[in-house]
Design a protein around this ligand. Structure first.
Ligand code: ZN
Length: 338
């Protein structure tokens, strides 16, 4: 009897042990699954975080690029306004001069016998378009637009000047520019204001780089150049106080001839400028007999190409001459403002 009772107790204990082991292993299994899920969640959260920060970086980069391109546009527009203002001021000065000469001669006429009519005050230029030489200039190429511009110039028998930058796969058009009798001139290698105007050394390095590129592509070592944004740009102030004052002197000492413009086609204004606006702007000829027209043959300047035949036709009908800039072309300089 005792043995039977003991057996039953043993059985009971064994069953209880088995039950405990079962419960423990179920609990362990549940914990393992939970852990696995937790790790998987952790991994995908880390992945999501990485892709978010990547996205964030590319948004920041895009923003910086956009800001720089706005800056370019604002700068070129500003330069265009200031050159227009200069031209108007000059016209006012010329008119005042003519008025005072007229007054003087009227006074003289009243006081004495008739005198010969005064010499016209035309040293600074005139409104006579047939006395003017038009220097069409194209900045920021070469690009896919360059051969289109070259074709129009060839069709019209007009020579022009190209202030080039590093155009990558389009650089071979530099040879065509030279072969077709146009002037190739230096603009910048990178056209990044923040880079080139970061320091005097950075500017001079960039200038040397574009000089070498043009030399390697064409065999021409040119001394004719144009500052990005023109010599009157103020965007450079943000990066390097006084850089334009120093660099305009420095490049001149180095034997360079820098050219700005006194007529802006306005094709650098934000977005795509209608061809009709470019044509109208090009008709606002300053009094100077040397007229340097700012245009662009960058890849996005289709409307400049569209406008070009009519712009040339207008100058031709007015009796203007055309020429490419050479070392004897009178320098047209805007006012250095940094
Ligand atoms: Zn430019």
């Amino acid at each position: 009897m005792k043995a039977v009772k003991q057996n039953r107790i043993l059985k009971g204990v064994l069953i209880a042990c088995a039950a405990v082991i079962l419960i423990l292993s179920v609990a362990l299994a549940v914990t393992a699954v939970k852990n696995k899920n937790f790790r998987a969640n952790g991994d995908s959260a880390a992945q999501a975080y990485a892709s978010l920060s990547e996205e964030n970086a590319s948004i920041n980069e895009a923003r910086a690029k956009e800001a720089e391109s706005y800056q370019n546009q604002i700068q070129e527009q500003g330069a265009a306004f200031s050159s227009e203002k200069d031209a108007l001021n000059q016209t006012i000065a010329d008119l005042n001069k003519q008025i005072s000469i007229k007054h003087a001669s009227q006074a003289a006429e009243k006081a004495t016998a008739p005198t010969p009519s005064p010499a016209p005050a035309e040293q600074q230029g005139s409104t006579d378009l047939s006395a003017k030489t038009i220097y069409l200039t194209f900045d920021d190429g070469p690009s896919a637009r360059t051969p289109e511009v070259l074709q129009i110039l060839a069709d019209n028998g007009v020579k022009a000047t190209f202030f080039v930058k590093n155009g990558g796969k389009y650089n071979h058009y530099m040879q065509d520019i030279v072969a077709q009798g146009h002037t190739i001139a230096l603009h910048t290698y990178t056209h990044s204001y923040s880079g080139i105007y970061a320091s005097d050394e950075a500017y001079l390095n960039d200038l040397q780089q574009i000089s070498d590129l043009v030399y390697n592509e064409t065999g021409v070592r040119t001394k004719i150049m144009r500052f990005p944004g023109g010599s009157s740009n103020t965007v450079s102030k943000k990066y390097n106080q006084g850089v334009m004052t120093r660099m305009t002197q420095k490049v001149t000492e180095m034997g360079y001839l820098y050219y700005d413009w006194n007529l802006s086609s306005g094709d650098a204004a934000g977005g795509t400028v209608p061809a009709s606006t470019i044509i109208n702007n090009c008709r606002k000829v300053p009094r100077n007999n040397t007229v340097i027209v700012l245009m662009h043959d960058a890849g996005d300047k289709q409307t400049t190409v569209e406008a070009l035949p009519e712009v040339i036709a207008y100058y031709k009908a007015a009796g203007c001459s055309f020429a490419a800039i050479d070392e004897n072309t009178p320098p047209i300089h805007q006012k250095v403002a940094n």
